[in-house]
Design a protein around this ligand. Structure first.
Ligand code: PLP
Length: 404
């Protein structure tokens, strides 16, 4: 299947919103779900709803087999050395909290430094600030340039032996900038720092191989790669994961419990307490298959073409100011319209069936960096086409006419 043929797989696009065909331009918030993913969830609940890792009966065995097959599928997708390096979580946010509460709590001390960047999503800021209040380490920030890129030279100047963790996003969810993350990881490793990559926006940008990247941790959510909500993964290098204490306690993560103590299972089960989102995990594999069939490079090329088309069209609109303008960007454009509040623009677009995101996009430090409270963000998915770009422009011009 080519990206241009994928549209038919998305039933959500068959509906009208406010009397207009839905033009969905909010894939950075979440992608729509292809038929195969929706059917996998439905099939699981219709025929296979059983708990995993209990070995109780045939349905449980089947659920366990499919659940673990997803783990293998993801390990292969990201080039992990070992399936045990894949921990299922609720998503990127939980994955980062898991690292903060296990690795962070075990290894960070007062006097240490954690490096984040100004373009981090709150999911890669708040967990560290919560821990910082308790442990007293310092957070240093990689600045973002006017064009929306991380300043590598300043970053290098921040690196020394006190830096214990560098935790950066692969791609900015507001600006669309795609960072040369391998370069940032290599520099972090040269001072002995552990590295975490927030890949929430990056899994269809290019084929990602964690071994080539050399990161210690990587996190992403299924719902941003055409998969279900409420599930994601944490990749952790096995040597690092094996040395960590559990995240949460409960069933499914223990080898033995006595009144005196608990012996924990090895990773990844050590970090997967309680009944997981089994249908989500099973359907996650269908999403990965969908992406692999199309190939991240082809998805990227398709979305980049639409982005370039829209950038050309926006260049002719008076009052449109791009926020960030990195040439690395692939599927996201953020802008403000002088004299109009982003949320008013968003509402008027919605009235015309066009779905975009407005606001701070969980990037308040980044918005502060640009001296704005929010942007209008257009983000493309594999199902978008040139007709969507034209429909967006018509709707934007109408909104502009009403507001200005
Ligand atoms: N990191 C980035 C870059 C994101 O774009 C998002 C979601 O918008 C997240 C983290 C959080 O993802 P989730 O809400 O799926 O945990």
């Amino acid at each position: 299947m080519k990206p241009s043929e994928a549209r038919g797989e998305f039933t959500a696009l068959e509906q009208k919103i406010n009397g207009h065909p839905l033009i969905y331009l909010d894939s950075a918030a979440t992608t729509l779900k292809p038929r195969s993913v929706v059917e996998a969830v439905s099939h699981f609940y219709s025929y296979e709803a059983a708990n995993v890792h209990r070995g109780a009966h045939a349905l449980g065995d089947r659920a366990t087999e499919n659940f673990e097959a997803t783990r293998s599928c993801i390990a292969e997708f990201i080039g992990a050395r070992d399936v045990d390096e894949i921990v299922f979580t609720k998503g990127t946010t939980e994955s980062i909290n898991l690292v903060a509460q296990t690795w962070g709590r075990r290894y960070l001390r007062s006097g240490d430094v954690v490096i984040l960047s100004e373009m981090e999503h709150h999911a890669n800021i708040v967990p560290w600030q919560i821990l910082q209040q308790e442990l007293g380490f310092e957070i240093k920030w990689v600045p973002v340039t006017e064009s929306g890129e991380l300043n590598f030279d300043t970053y290098k100047g921040l690196l020394d032996k006190k830096v214990k963790l560098v935790s950066l996003t692969y791609a900015s969810n507001s600006l669309g900038t795609i960072n040369d993350i391998a370069k940032f990881i290599a520099a972090a490793k040269s001072v002995g720092s552990v590295t975490l990559v927030d890949a929430a926006q990056a899994m269809t940008v290019e084929a990602i191989n964690v071994r080539n990247l050399g990161c210690d941790f990587l996190a992403f959510s299924a719902h941003k790669v055409y998969g279900p909500f409420g599930v994601g993964i944490l990749y952790g290098r096995i040597e690092v994961l094996s040395a960590l204490p559990p995240y949460q306690g409960g069933g499914a993560m223990i080898a033995e419990v006595t009144k005196e103590k608990t012996i924990f299972l090895q990773p990844p089960q050590r970090f997967e307490a309680g009944t997981p989102n089994i249908s989500g995990v099973v359907a996650f594999a269908r999403a990965i298959e969908f992406v692999r069939e199309l190939a991240p490079d082809n998805i990227s090329r398709h979305e980049r073409g639409l982005t370039e088309l829209l950038l050309q069209m926006l260049a002719d609109v008076e009052g449109v100011r791009l926020v960030g303008n990195s040439r690395s960007r692939r599927n996201i454009i953020s802008f403000v319209l002088d004299g109009a509040h982003p949320s008013d623009v968003g509402q008027l677009l919605n009235q015309q069936g066009v779905a975009v995101r407005t606001g701070h996009h969980c990037n308040q430090p980044l918005m502060n960096r640009f001296g704005i409270s929010g942007t209008i963000r257009v983000s493309f998915g594999v199902y978008n086409n040139e007709h969507d770009v034209e429909a967006f422009m018509r709707a934007l011009m109408k909104a502009r006419e009403i507001l200005l």
